[in-house]
Design a protein around this ligand. Sequence first.
Ligand code: NAP
Length: 501
Amino acid sequence: MKNPDHEVLIVGAGFSGIGSAIMLDKAGFSDYQVIEAGSGPGGTWYWNTYPGIAVDIPSFSYQFSFEQSTNWSRTYAPGRELRAYAEHCVDKYGLRPKIRFNTAVRSAVFDEDNEFWRLELDSDEVLTGRFLINGSGILTTPNLPDIDGVDSFAGATIHTARWDHSQDLRGKRVAVIGTGASAVQLIPEIAPIVAQLNVFQRTPIWCFPKADRPLSARQQLAMRIPGVKSIQRLVSQAYVELTFPLVTHYFTVNPTVKHMAEAGKAYLRRQVRDPEVRDKLTPRYAVGCKRPAFHNTYLSTFNRDNVELVTAPIDKITGSSVVVAGGLSHDVDVLILATGFKVLDPDELPTYPISGVGGQRLAEFWNTSRLQAYQGVSVPGFPNFFTIFGPYGFVGSSYFALIEAQAHHIVRCLKHARRRHATRVEVTREANDRYFASMLRKRRRQIFWQDSCKQSNSYYFDKHGDVPLRAASTPEVYWHSRRYPLTAYRFGTASGRKVLH
Ligand code: NAP
């Protein structure tokens, strides 16, 4: 049996990869290598740099518990500060020498003879690691819309997730396709500078005001008082918990979110003058079927004379025109695709193909057996493989608390493996089946199963009609990451594959 190049390989230097690396180091696992496609860390915040980008979760909880910043300029940090925070974490925790930037993973194959993972890189090299942690994210691969002619648009085309900063939009006729969270942030930023902005909306989004305020120097100073940051984090975490996981996963127990639709409509009435435009911007599905948006000037942007909301379905794109059903043609200079990501698509999750025992492809397993993973972390048939935010891993609260919990789950498992000199760690089918069944049982109390959700076009639903979000609160996830039975895994040694618990 050969030795691998590293004990652990981590794919992705976004916050999932950064958090996993720091927690591995703290647990005494220093032989790891991070592989990152970008030229810098930050993941989402590295790739997404469109005008107006900011986080929608208060910054006090959108950060690691062990690395709380006092430098946020606003209650909801802009994208560039999150990218700077990623750089800061990488440097402070000494990760930079262990990250291979500008390197994409082409495929990962489990080598059964040697009980390690073989990663083929886009540099044609092969890197091996006993364990593989995937941190390639869930909102990673840009989704290009299947609109006839979109590839041959005569002007400039920009996807929000790959913003082209060389394009000057001033005085141009611009089209934005899509009205998700990215478009909601982008549209108010560019509307004042472009000559004409046509927004092509397929499904309206619920938009609520955002308590986004600058943080003064005095407030930043106050955060340096011992304990203040932790209290702020706790309050912020509680707010996020109350506004997402608790209303979403315990909807039948706590249906308070029903009142949110009235609040959303009242906000629309205050913000949008034209009743016809307001009507078009009003979602016909219940709040919670789909991720809502939070912005203070998105809706009012539709009061501007140079902004038109187009709700007729797009028929095709020809030359420099977007043609809608009925034949009306909108001439534009720049086409902006705010059309999101390939979400919950087994062929894109992770962003590279993975083959486990007997050459079975992870995508094939998920395509035929539905998306599933034990506590959102591990999959039977894929030994020594762990993922952050696998199916039924994300509850919808701040990513950071969940990254820490999932990384804790993994590190606990690896520590046990090390104690047992195990070279092969695999979640049992029974543990996975029990977890999957429990997630399906908990559906009955979730928000997603209301009739009107069928009209929402929500990416929460995968092609099987499942919503692979973890039906739990963040404290439950935290608790399970520390208390899950280690008997959920089989620990085998190289000599004879003895099963140890
Ligand atoms: P998204 O929410 O998936 O929105 C994509 C938009 O494009 C939708 O309005 C969709 O319409 C439309 N679309 C897609 N294909 C189309 C087609 N062929 N024709 C017409 N319209 C089409 O993507 P996103 O706005 O990039 O946001 C994705 C996620 O990223 C968010 O939900 C959020 O989790 C995250 N995000 C977070 C922040 C933040 O924290 N502030 C900011 C941006 C993004 P339908 O709705 O009809 O499908």
